[in-house]
Design a protein around this ligand. Structure first.
Ligand SMILES: [Zn+2]
Ligand SMILES: [Zn+2]
Length: 384
C-alpha cells in the first residue's frame, strides 16, 4: 500500500464529500491543526527549526495573531465536521491538533530576545509559511477555474509531492548553500566591477527583466540537457512522472535536478551582480510563477500574453503525454526562446489530453524516486 492509500485508509470513508458533508471542514481543520502544531514547535526550538533569514523578516505580532486565528479556525471547523459527519476521524484529528497547539501555548509562547545561532538549522517556518500562502491562493483557484474538473487536491501522488515540498523547504539551508556555491567558487574570476556597476546603474524594473531573461536562457539550456542526456534524464524524469498537474506537482524535483539547475542558473545572476532588490523580487517571482505554471487552472490568456510569458497551458504541454509535445517548451519564463530555437509546441487554445511519460518506469514514492536514477539502466532517451 502506498502512502496515498494509507492516508485514504486512515481518514477516508464512503460518505459523500460535497459541501455540507463535513468533509471539507474536517480536511481544512486537519490542515490548520498541522500548521498550528508546526508553528508552535518553531517557537520552542527556533534555533533548530527556523531559518535566520525568514526570522529576520517575519513581523512577529502578525505571526502570533495568525497562529491564534489558525488554532481558532481549526477548532471551529473540527467541531463543524464532528457535527456533520458520521465518521469522526477528520473532526477528532483536527480538534486534537488544534487543542495540542493551544495547550502548548499557541501564538503566546515567549521567544523574544536573541535566538542562539546554530551551524545547522531546518526551515520548518519557511515550509509552513509557503504551504499556508500557496494553499490559500491556489486551492481555491483550482476549484473555481479547474483545468481538469473533478480532480481532487488528493489526486494520485499528492503525498509524494507533499514530501518533496516539505523536504525542499526544510533543507533550505543546504539548498541555498548549494545554489550559491558553484557561482562563488568557480566563477569569481568572471566578475568585473565595471560591468556590475553598469548593471546596477539601471532602473530596478529593467534589472528584474534582465534577471528573468539571463536566468531563463541558462535554465533553457540546462533543461534541454536534462532531456537529451541519457545520464541526466533519469533525474529529470522524476519531475515528468506526475500524471496530474496541480500547484503541488511542480515540487516533484530530484535533488540533483534542483542542485544543478539552480546552481548553474545562479551563475549569470552572480556574475552580472544585480542589485539585491531586483534579484530578491525575481526569486519571489520565480517561486510563485513555477507553482502557477503547473497548477490545474484553465485560465485563457490573450494570444499576446501567451507570446510574452509562460502560462500554465505552455508548461502543461511540456508535461504532455502526446508524442508531438515531447522535448518541447523548455523555457520557464519566455516562450520566444523556444520559438527561436525551434522547440515550441502549443496548438492554439488546446490543452494536452494527459500528462507523464509514455511507458514510464519511474516508481511512486519519494524514497524510490530518489534512488531511481541510480537503478535505471542507461538507455537512449528517445522517449524523453
Ligand atoms: Zn522537462
Ligand atoms: Zn514542470
Amino acid at each position: 500500500m502506498n502512502l496515498d492509500d494509507r492516508v485514504a485508509w486512515a481518514f477516508g470513508d464512503d460518505e459523500p464529500t460535497q459541501v455540507g458533508s463535513g468533509w471539507m471542514s474536517g480536511t481544512i481543520s486537519v490542515f490548520l491543526g498541522v500548521l498550528a502544531v508546526g508553528a508552535v514547535a518553531c517557537f520552542y526550538v527556533p534555533e533548530l527549526l527556523t531559518s535566520p533569514d525568514v526570522r529576520a523578516v517575519l513581523p512577529m505580532p502578525i505571526v502570533r495573531t495568525t497562529i491564534q486565528l489558525v488554532i481558532g479556525a481549526g477548532f471551529l471547523l473540527g467541531f463543524v465536521s464532528l457535527l456533520l459527519r458520521r465518521r469522526k476521524t477528520l473532526g477528532v484529528t483536527g480538534v486534537a491538533l488544534a487543542m495540542s497547539a493551544a495547550l502548548a501555548g499557541g501564538g503566546n509562547v515567549p521567544y523574544e530576545g536573541a535566538v542562539p545561532t546554530t551551524p545547522v538549522y531546518l526551515g520548518l517556518d519557511w515550509f509552513l509559511l509557503n504551504l499556508l500562502l500557496l494553499a490559500v491562493v491556489f486551492v481555491p483557484l483550482e476549484k473555481v477555474w479547474p483545468r481538469r474538473r473533478g480532480q481532487s487536491v488528493f489526486r494520485r501522488g499528492w503525498t509524494t509531492d507533499t514530501i518533496y515540498f516539505f523536504v525542499s523547504h526544510l533543507l533550505v539551508q543546504v539548498s541555498t548553500l548549494l545554489t550559491l556555491m558553484p557561482a562563488q567558487v568557480f566563477f569569481d574570476w568572471a566578475i568585473h566591477p565595471a560591468v556590475q556597476s553598469v548593471v546596477r546603474a539601471q532602473p530596478a524594473v529593467l534589472q528584474f527583466l534582465e534577471c528573468m531573461l539571463v536566468a531563463d536562457l541558462f535554465e533553457y539550456t540546462i533543461h534541454r540537457f536534462f532531456h537529451k542526456s541519457r545520464w541526466l534524464w533519469p533525474f529529470h524524469a522524476v519531475h515528468h512522472s506526475s500524471t496530474e498537474m496541480d500547484w503541488l506537482a511542480g515540487s516533484r524535483l530530484h535533488a540533483v535536478d534542483i542542485v544543478l539547475t539552480r546552481g548553474l542558473t545562479f551563475v549569470p545572476l552572480f556574475v552580472l551582480g544585480f542589485d539585491t532588490g531586483p534579484l530578491y523580487a525575481y526569486l519571489v517571482f520565480v517561486s510563485v510563477h513555477a507553482v502557477f505554471i503547473h497548477s490545474n487552472v484553465s485560465w485563457r490568456f490573450p494570444r499576446w500574453v501567451e507570446a510574452i510569458i509562460v502560462t500554465p497551458r505552455f508548461h502543461h504541454w511540456h508535461h504532455a503525454i502526446e508524442h508531438e509535445a515531447i522535448d518541447r517548451n523548455f523555457a520557464v519564463h519566455f516562450p520566444f526562446i523556444d520559438k527561436l530555437l525551434g522547440t515550441y509546441y502549443g496548438p492554439e487554445g488546446q490543452w494536452p489530453a494527459g500528462y507523464g511519460i509514455q511507458d514510464s518506469d519511474v516508481p511512486d514514492g519519494f524514497g524510490a524516486q530518489f534512488v531511481y536514477p541510480a537503478r535505471v539502466p542507461r538507455r537512449s532517451t528517445d522517449i524523453a
